[in-house]
Design a protein around this ligand. Structure first.
Ligand code: UDP
Length: 485
């Protein structure tokens, strides 16, 4: 354990569940190798880390938390809006502006503590300058896949949509190891050049800070994205360490409470799943709430689930305030829960996702392809029904359906953060049946193979284990040379 106990590393995740959860796992991973870890966060996000750290007794107090005030009101956000998913679409730039105001307090922390390294979120490009002032190496933590970053790079460099008139024509992204095709509608507004200058500028800074930083840590493992990991290092020329899947390392006590307190007790969920046959249940969940559905789409989903005839656990998220229509559930077909009560469980709010996915009754995962959910599904060895909505999820879908071949798409056609719509109930039911019945054998056997590779990757001698060792060795060398000067 003591191998790296001279090192002190700061971790600074963006305030969104999909960023804080893996960063906490990452800090724990470093601490498990002896490193002293300090996580920086804001008052209303402190609980995401503190409860879990208290439970991580075997880490012997090696992780601590530092809290910085979040200037929400100063940046034009409602009081207490300290998480990205709580910011309405039109205030997302304000949220990022509030984050950037944390540069100065971050610098004070770095000056005071002089850590050996700062691992800061991709969305904090200003952290590179802050770290440079105090000669602290800054690593970028990308909560996203290699494939997404490689695709973004080639979209930017080659602009393959330049002479394409149709928004619906699938266009190959040049130079990638596989023939990956997307339509213009599936690109984010930044990639389509449609966004306001603030967001475009932020993404430009994100890219520049990748290059200017000491290197990039990936929550992925080499065997999962082999060609893209090589492409990233060799063609983009950026130093990178894959150290995941991070969710595989979490200890039993923390598994049920990741991010938030579950709305349904873990044991209640498990008891229900225990009563079901192996591989008979479809788990349906669309992440922490960064994207939302239109009420009509939620109705189509309910109809699709019911008409599939399959068993299910469906997590219905309580939306942002402006989504009152979703929250009052007027879209829910009358009598849905009564008719499906023998075969279905509805969880309103936050589910103990990792615990559910790992249960033997779960036979498929309907997911929005958020990178954490994708990896958690890979670790559980379940095949996917893919339904990307926004962020980099359309690239992750391609990885799952066309590279790994462990899933089937539902036919999501358009990148949208709010009010997603357009997938019909029949397509939903059909994709679920394909994965659970028609193609289940091939999909499941490939999914199981990746599960085994994930386990091996994090074991001593595995690719991610060695990746972290290489990084920690480098930081140790830097530590000694900085102490000499
Ligand atoms: N999650 C959870 N319970 C829920 C919804 C989400 O534990 O009811 C966790 C999930 O396990 C994952 C994270 O929240 O670790 C969501 O991250 P992801 O990258 O999949 O999606 P995002 O929310 O960032 O779009």
């Amino acid at each position: 354990m003591a191998a790296y106990d001279q090192l002190h590393v700061f971790f600074f995740p963006m305030m969104a569940q999909g960023h804080m959860i893996p960063t906490l796992d990452l800090a724990k991973l470093f601490a498990s190798r002896g490193v002293r870890a300090t996580i920086i966060t804001t008052p209303r996000n402190q609980h995401v880390f503190s409860d879990s750290i208290v439970k991580a007794t075997q880490l012997g107090g090696r992780i601590q938390i530092v809290v910085l005030d979040f200037p929400a009101v100063q940046a034009g956000l409602p009081e207490g809006c300290e998480r990205l998913d709580l910011a309405p679409d039109d205030l997302v730039p304000n949220f990022h502006a509030a984050c950037a105001m944390l540069q100065e307090p971050l610098e004070q922390l770095l000056q005071q503590h002089r850590p050996d390294c700062l691992v800061a979120d991709m969305f904090f490009p200003w952290a590179t300058d802050a770290a440079a002032k105090f000669h602290v190496p800054r690593l970028v933590f990308h909560g996203v896949s290699y494939i997404a970053l490689c695709a973004w790079y080639n979209l930017r460099v080659h602009d393959p949509f330049k002479n394409v008139s149709s928004d619906c024509e699938p266009v190959p992204i040049p130079n990638l190891p596989h023939d990956i095709r997307l339509t213009r509608l599936q690109l984010s507004p930044v990639d389509r050049g449609l966004l306001d200058s603030y967001s475009g500028e932020l993404m430009k800074q994100v890219r520049e800070s990748d290059v200017a930083s000491y290197g990039v840590i990936f929550n992925s493992f080499y065997e999962l994205e082999r060609e893209y990991a090589d492409y990233y290092t060799n063609i983009l020329g950026i130093k990178a360490w894959p150290v995941g899947p991070l969710s595989l390392r979490i200890n039993a006590e923390s598994r049920a409470e990741r991010g938030d307190k579950p709305s349904m007790d873990e044991h209640q969920c498990l008891k229900w799943l225990d009563s079901k046959a192996p591989n008979s249940i479809v788990y349906i969940c669309f992440g922490s709430g960064m994207a939302s559905f239109a009420p009509n789409q939620l109705r189509e989903l309910a109809v699709g689930i019911e008409s599939s005839g399959l068993g299910f656990v469906w997590v219905i998220r309580k939306g942002r305030d402006e989504e009152a229509e979703n929250n009052n559930e007027k879209w829910m077909p009358e009598g849905f829960e009564e008719r499906t009560k023998e075969r279905g469980l509805v969880i309103r709010g936050w589910a103990p996702q990792v615990v559910i996915l790992d249960h033997q009754a779960v036979g498929a995962f309907v997911t929005h392809c958020g990178w954490n959910s994708t990896l958690e599904g890979v670790c559980a060895g379940v095949p996917f029904v893919t339904w990307p909505m926004c962020a980099e999820q359309f690239y992750n879908e391609k990885l799952v359906t066309e590279v790994l071949k462990t899933g089937v798409g539902v036919g999501s056609k358009k990148w949208m953060r709010s009010g997603n719509d357009g997938v019909e109930s029949a397509a939903i039911a059909e994709a679920m049946k394909r994965v659970m019945m028609v193609e289940s054998e091939e999909l499941r056997s490939r999914a199981k193979a990746y599960k085994e590779m994930a386990k091996k990757a994090i074991e001593e001698g595995g690719s991610s284990y060695c990746g972290l060792t290489a990084l920690l060795d480098e930081l140790t060398t830097l530590h000694h040379s900085s102490r000499k000067h």
